[in-house]
Structures are given as C-alpha cells and as structure tokens.
Design a protein around this ligand. Sequence first.
Ligand code: NI
Length: 169
Amino acid sequence: MVRDILTYPHPLLRTPTKKVQVIDREIEELVRDMFETMYQADGVGLAANQIGVSLSVMVMDTTPKKEAPPVKLVLINPEVVSQEGSISYKEGCLSFPGLTVEVERFNKLQVRALNLRGEEVHYTLEGFPAVVFQHEMDHLMGITFVDRVKGLKRRMALERYSKLQKQRV
Ligand code: NI
C-alpha cells in the first residue's frame, strides 16, 4: 500500500526513531509499503518516519534506471561501522518536494543492519549509494538534509523551500 509521505516541518521528521525490537508481520508490511511508496514517488531511499512510523527502518534502491535486476536493500536498526573520504552531491528529499541542496558527506562506508529475517548484514557502500544511506540514516536520527548545511546556505535553502510550498498550495 502506498502511504502518504510526511513533508517538512512535520515533527516526526525531527524526532529520532526507535530501534526495532521484534521483526514481525507488521515490520514486513511496513517494508513492503515503504518500497511501494518510494517507487511511486520515484525515490531512491526512504526512512520509516517519512511515512509516520518512528522506527529505525530504511529501504534503498539505487540501481541505475532500466538496469535489471534492481538491488533492493532493507536495513533495520542500521549502523555505520566505518566511514572515509568525502563526496559532494546535490541531494533531493521526498519530504522536501522540489528542493535540492548540495551536501558534503563521506564517500565510502561500511554499514551493518538487520535484514527482514533478523540476520546481521554488512554492506560496503561507495559514492551515490553511500550518499543515500547517510541521508536516510540522518532521517532515522531526526536530522534532515538542510541541517547538514550551515549559515547562509541553510537559510537560502529554507527560503527556496518555503517559496516552493507556497507555489504548491
Ligand atoms: Ni529525505
């Protein structure tokens, strides 16, 4: 089921999510809905709190368009194990429709998480997938991409966003 995506400044986007304690049918359903919602919105990553569920769950699919098969990642209670290098990327966010912000992040990460079977999984992410992971990891901690830029850049991004919102009404 496609669910509504919360947009900034919804308070859940500023609230750190809780760890998942039991991976049950409810979590399976959540993950299924997250993929449906993400694909419908043409996104490459989604955090559970973006659809109103304050749990540490993210999904990603950064497969380049039309390349099969898609690589669907489910990350429950994800953690960064190590990080290195830097990359600057113009990011978008489904919770900030229309806004892009250039953010600097680590270029390479080792991460671990649980999958839907409750097994510990490890991934090495580099470049764009690493950017997407860090963006979604931030969501799970109640941080949005505008929090990752400071001063004038941040103020200008928020101004652009408020103009976009007015156009939307
Ligand atoms: Ni986002």
